[in-house]
Design a protein around this ligand. Sequence first.
Ligand code: GAR
Length: 212
Amino acid sequence: MKSLVILISGRGSNMQALIEASLPGRIAAVISNRPGAEGLEIAEMRGIETQVVDQRAYPDRIAFDAALAEKIDSYQPDLVALAGFMRILGDIFVNRYHGRLMNVHPSLLPAFPGLDTHARALQEGVKIHGCTVHFVTSQVDHGPIIVQAAVPVLPDDTAETLAARVLQQEHRIYPEAIRWFLEDRLQLSHNCVEVIDATTDGAVLYSPGLHK
Ligand code: GAR
């Protein structure tokens, strides 16, 4: 059975969605770069091993990344899943896990990489927003896209209401993408990911629509 290690920095709701998804693989450990991350407690309550690699204990990115990689490798995971891991990882780290390092990001990449994605989407007046699961490359919030989910932006949305609607979709697509990986159904070539035996109803998404 394949295994994964999940990296978090905070609340851990995506991690929790992965734990609850009954994935066809074993969650070997949850590792945080922040000792107080709320998600650590949730993982412990579910009987999952947790570790902290405190970024403040290391003089620079290279030293932190090396310590993190050493901790991850002690579990020999097939996949490393970033779930709200809010620290930029350096090239050496990213290359080490090429093709087996995934991230979920709260926007329809390549739009809105970085922080405050929902407020920026509202500011730009986009009508459709969403989330993306992708393989990680050394360019932050870029990399081959595995799956995306879109939500309409509603006239009275605030960053908070939009974030909540997007987060629901994150919780849906991240477990799905990881399931595909664990089932060997993702084929990565150049910058494109093919999902073997993906099913689609061919629906068209558009917004604004009828929301009342
Ligand atoms: C999620 O919305 C995730 O997409 C985002 O942080 C939040 C973490 O929430 N990640 C990024 O912005 C990465 N660029 P969670 O801790 O409840 O899963």
